[in-house]
Design a binder for this molecule. Sequence first.
Ligand code: NAD
Length: 500
Amino acid sequence: MSNKQRPSALIMLFGATGDLAKRKLYPSLYRLYKKGRITERFAVVGVARRPLTNEEFQKHVKDSILTHIGENTEIDQFASHFYYHSHDVTNTQSYRDLKTLAEQLDEKYSLEGNRLFYLAMAPEFFGTIAEHLKSEGLTDTRGYKRLVIEKPFGHNFESAQKLNDRIRTAFAEDEIYRIDHYLGKEMVQNIEVIRFANAIFEPLWNNRYISNIQVTSSETLGVEERGRYYETSGALRDMVQNHMLQMVALLAMEPPIRLTTEEIRSEKVRVLRSLRAMSKEEVNEYFVRGQYGAGEVNGEDVVGYRNELNVDPESNTETYVAGKLMIDNFRWAGVPFYIRTGKRMAAKSTKIVVQFKDIPMNLYYNPAEPLQPNLLIIHIQPEEGITLHLNAKKSGKSSTIIPVRLNFANKSVDRMNTPEAYEKLLYDSMRGDATNFTHWDEVALSWKFVDVISDVWENTKEKSFPNYPAGSMGPKCADELLQKDGNFWWDVEKFVIETC
Ligand code: NAD
């Protein structure tokens, strides 16, 4: 492996005692270390409020790895690279102390001045931290400086723009890595490969052959202890503005002229620019919302959203969104992209269904058993792979046509081997590959699209809430949205790849 593939870095992790750091970031860094993708030339400074010694912090890191990976080879050596700095984000002196520590570690581990600032904490601190990093000289370094930030990036276009302006005082756009952890998922990255590396799909990938595309991202969990945050967000901001629109952009974009960050992003931006804008009056024609009531999930009774912790008993917040997106360009004119996402649904899964148009003349017409359309299913999670639904003759004497499925499962046996999204994203940010992070232009366009919807929904109380029971696939209005077009949602929860 070259040095570019094994980058050196000082990672300053703000929010080091938080849930994200514990569940995702420490296990991901450990995996990268074990694979030799980061060498001894790295150090992590954990930054958080509570006072901890380096030893206590290292124990915290080791515990999180043991809990989440269950392995401990070379763990002491790995953890010895972790240092702790107790800090309050508004304390200027504390940034100066952090700078001194950074310089010492830079020297000790030969880090060439490379600095990655990872903000794993509440977004209201992002602006303040970025400004202090600049004013106290932490961004003044001879190596690279990069800012990695978690969602949400703003609450609407206006707040996102304000935040962006503050961050940009300290970092250039190409130094800002806005995480969308869906973009780190193996099969999301595979969308491009399926489309652009196969002669059989790309010629069909347009409005002549595709009837509609459905993107479903369903969760079985409720809001858990995140009620306070979720009340101000809802499914639209939490899922649609970022992950769902990113998946649509990857599905709909034109082939980039090269597989570089800039070219891919510019094609995705063109898709977002082509999204048909809605007037306020049209919002409810294209988008519907849901909120879960009490129900049963995985055999257990669960409460409705309004009875969750820190949730208003009269809450108007949506826990489910379904929408129809029209991409008004030459390739996609007339093809609906349906999206849906929600909490407390029947299954935890993210799947894309590409439904092809019916063949022009059906030689096998049988009203009792109509031919199934061809489907390409891209399984994003929990299983990863693709399935192609074709029609074939049932073997034997009968002339019955049956649907058959060609499956490719990415990880049919050993689930542990699949790299976690965060591992990829961390590695990419250390190598300087921003392809799988969102550019400001994408963030801005997505917010502008979503703002129209949230504006209408926030100002009209939805009287039907709660309108779907926990453990179902969403409200009736979501089915009606497709029925208006003569379409229906495929039962994706039943499309599971058979594993060997
Ligand atoms: P958390 O509440 O568990 O942790 C917050 C961290 O911030 C703690 O380490 C705390 O010490 C630190 N902190 C808070 N106030 C501080 C202050 N004034 N000065 C210094 N440090 C301070 O949060 P989390 O769940 O780890 O989430 C962090 C961010 O990541 C949030 O923006 C969240 O939306 C985002 N995110 C989290 C997850 C997840 O799985 N937890 C997933 C996606 C995105």
